[in-house]
Design a protein. Structure first.
Length: 286
């Protein structure tokens, strides 16, 4: 992209409802060490999982309008709920390259198995975004898949509030995990998609509850792998060499910056400086 398009020197924008997108931030920082990252967590309105599609779309429009003004050269929607409910719509409205999680996650799962379970927020599950993406992608090349592709989705409403409260290894989490996984295990899944960017932090809890044969898929890892290739194709890779540190990145939230800094420290390995920002109020209809 050239002319009036994004400048390769601009940062990559990354956003989520809260802490979860930091799992994607870590993968970006590891795989794209030359890039600057701008992270936004909509902590004043987390969790997104119980929100209506209309609310999610409004929130995403506000975040993208703010990010566009920073500016950023592209946006990573590090939120499965936003990716499921808003990505297709806002791609038509904003002149920004955008990456979501659903398609990369579906494609990665199909390389692992044919009986696919998804754990996600209620909003993502209700959208059936993963089931649709898995069926549509597998239908493009049916001879590639030796067995019928099946997908089951399970809403996990307790996970995000507990993680956002700083609980990542509590008895309440373990009990919820056992409850949520049981219906998927009864279906004999061979692959499990972590359909929320908060969930990779729960891997130490979830892994022991799964048979060893079940493959675990983090869509954020698949997304970043795709993004790394696209940056070069679009001419948006940062033009200078050298490795940046996470402390050079920018972290912003809509809620309490001190609380976010405290809770983000274990995710990042350092205490970030966090800014509180006010998102633009948009007159949006339809």
């Amino acid at each position: 992209m050239s002319g009036e398009g994004p400048d390769p020197r601009w940062p990559i924008g990354v956003f989520d409802s809260g802490l979860g997108g930091l799992s994607v931030w870590r993968t970006l920082r590891r795989q794209l060490p030359h890039e600057q990252l701008l992270y936004f967590g909509d902590t004043a309105r987390v969790p997104y999982g119980e929100r209506s599609p209309e609310e999610i779309l409004t929130f995403v429009r506000q975040i993208l309008t703010w990010m566009q003004a920073q500016p950023v050269k592209l946006v990573v929607m590090a939120c499965n709920t936003s990716s499921a409910l808003a990505l297709d719509r806002v791609r038509q409205e904003f002149a920004l390259p955008m990456f979501g999680l659903i398609l990369p996650g579906a494609q990665a799962a199909l390389t692992q198995g044919s009986r696919i379970g998804v754990i996600a927020t209620a909003a993502t599950v209700n959208s059936r975004a993963y089931s649709k993406a898995i069926q549509e992608y597998s239908a493009l090349d049916p001879k590639r898949f030796l067995h019928p592709i099946q997908c089951w989705e399970q809403a996990c409403p307790e996970f995000v509030p507990l993680i956002e409260a700083g609980e990542t290894d509590s008895q309440a989490l373990r009990q919820a995990a056992e409850c949520y996984l049981q219906p998927l295990l009864q279906q004999g899944i061979d692959t499990l998609i972590y359909g929320c960017t908060h969930y990779p932090v729960l891997d130490p809890i979830l892994q022991p509850l799964l048979p060893r044969s079940v493959k675990r898929v983090d869509p954020g890892v698949a997304l970043v792998g795709s993004l790394a290739k696209e940056l070069g194709l679009w001419g948006l890779r940062y033009p200078h060499s050298g490795t940046r540190t996470g402390r050079w990145d920018r972290f912003c939230v809509s809620g309490d910056p001190e609380r976010f800094a405290q809770l983000a420290t274990p995710w990042l390995g350092f205490r970030p400086q966090v800014e509180q920002v006010e998102l633009p109020v948009l007159d949006v209809c339809g």
